[in-house]
Design a protein around this ligand. Structure first.
Ligand code: NAD
Length: 368
């Protein structure tokens, strides 16, 4: 049955347009072979939007994002725009999207493909088969809490202030997301905070536990201090299924978990908002990597993180888990067949560029 989905592609800067272009080819394949009828639009964001329109987060782009079933985002940023005022910086484009789409849950899977288990800095047996999902609260906490700023004190001294603040509602909605996702996976949630030293940590622990007891007793819940969680991620990462945590700890723990799997060029992510009354969730999917200005324009970027972001979009926004699995298996096949972009190159493997890697994924999809 044809599924009609409205997708907005926002390629952005650096390698963003390169990896989005490859993902478009996978979209076209799905359209031809899997009855998916996408209405695909594309628009400007980040540095590219600033160059053309003087605004890294144009209203027209935001309006299209609000109307879309899902947004597929490349990356923004680059040295060219580093000295601009904060409200003109490319990153503002992503921040406005997160805010206006109310994307409060950031999903970061750390998956270790078998063929890449030797690429991790950890021993292969520690990471082989790894499949963790980190659910990070994205719109609250210390990155947004007031008061914040740098003030000048007497005698030329200065004081910097950031405020960690969470309400019970913010904690409950991210915890609910984590529990619901755990039901689609291994039914285990570890909630990470610092309840030993922070009031927000105490509140976090209590609220997560109360929600669990009221609605999610079928999911196993454990509480872990965030610093211990960081340590356990490198000691024995496979003990985790879903980790739910706040904005700051999630920022750090998800990067740490990503590194377990070898390359930043392999990992997708999703940011989800609240469900509408009709059950539709606002959502943005993007590779976790940035715009990689050091390799932009050379045709060597790894497109897999972006292609796997499309797979996440199929699973979480479009109800097409089967198609998502098809893409993930195709990526697995390509890696097992020895295809590698420069970032994941290993001895004895076949080095390919951005579009040749996508060719291989498409061939694997054909063969599936
Ligand atoms: P980065 O992720 O762009 O690059 C880090 C390193 O990984 C680089 O050496 C790069 O070449 C490599 N790399 C990244 N993606 C790759 C891929 N797909 N294939 C092969 N190699 C890849 O991070 P950075 O260098 O810290 O930041 C560069 C710019 O990107 C900055 O302007 C930063 O603000 C921006 N950034 C944007 C986002 C986003 O748009 N969501 C995220 C992170 C960084």
């Amino acid at each position: 049955m044809a599924v009609s989905a409205r997708l907005l592609l926002l390629p952005g800067d650096g390698i963003g347009p390169e990896v989005i272009e490859e993902t478009r080819r996978v979209l076209a394949w799905l359209g031809r072979h899997r009855g998916l009828d996408f209405r695909v639009e594309e628009d400007l964001i980040g540095g590219a939007a600033y160059e053309r329109l003087g605004d890294p987060a144009p209203d027209a782009t935001i309006a299209k994002a609000l109307a879309a079933d899902a947004v597929l985002f490349g990356a923004v940023g680059g040295p060219k725009w580093e000295k601009l005022a904060f409200d003109k910086k490319p990153e503002r484009g992503l921040l406005r999207l997160r805010k206006d789409l109310e994307l409060f849950a950031n999903l970061r899977p750390a998956l270790c493909f078998d063929a890449l288990k030797d690429a991790s800095t950890l021993k292969p047996e520690i990471v082989a088969g790894l499949d963790i999902l980190i659910v990070r609260e994205l719109t609250g906490g210390v990155y947004f809490g007031e008061p914040r700023g740098i003030e000048t004190l007497g005698g030329g001294a200065r004081r910097g202030v950031d405020t960690q603040v969470y309400t019970s509602g913010e904690i409950q909605r991210i915890a609910r997301t984590a529990f619901e996702l755990a039901r689609l996976r291994g039914r285990r949630v570890a909630s990470a905070e610092k309840s030993n030293v922070m009031h927000t940590g105490v509140l976090w622990r209590e609220e997560v536990q109360m929600l669990h007891d009221a609605e999610f007793e079928d999911v196993a819940l454990t509480h872990i201090l965030a610093d211990n969680c960081a340590m356990q991620l490198v000691r024995n990462p496979k003990q985790f299924d879903v980790i739910v945590t706040d904005n700051l700890f999630g920022d750090i723990l998800s990067d740490e978990a990503a590194q377990l799997t070898g390359s930043i060029g392999m990992l997708p992510s999703a940011s989800l908002g609240a469900k509408d009354t009709d059950g539709r969730r606002r959502a943005l999917y993007e590779p976790i990597h940035g715009s990689a200005p050091d390799i932009a324009g050379r045709g060597i970027a790894n497109p897999i993180a972006c292609i796997l972001s499309l797979a996440m979009c199929l699973r979480y926004s479009l109800g097409r888990a089967e198609d998502a699995t098809l893409i993930e298996r195709a990526v697995d096949r390509v890696l097992a067949d020895g295809y590698r972009t420069a970032d994941i190159m290993q001895d004895g493997m076949t080095k390919v560029g951005t579009s040749a890697m996508t060719d291989a994924v498409l061939e694997a999809l054909e063969a599936a």
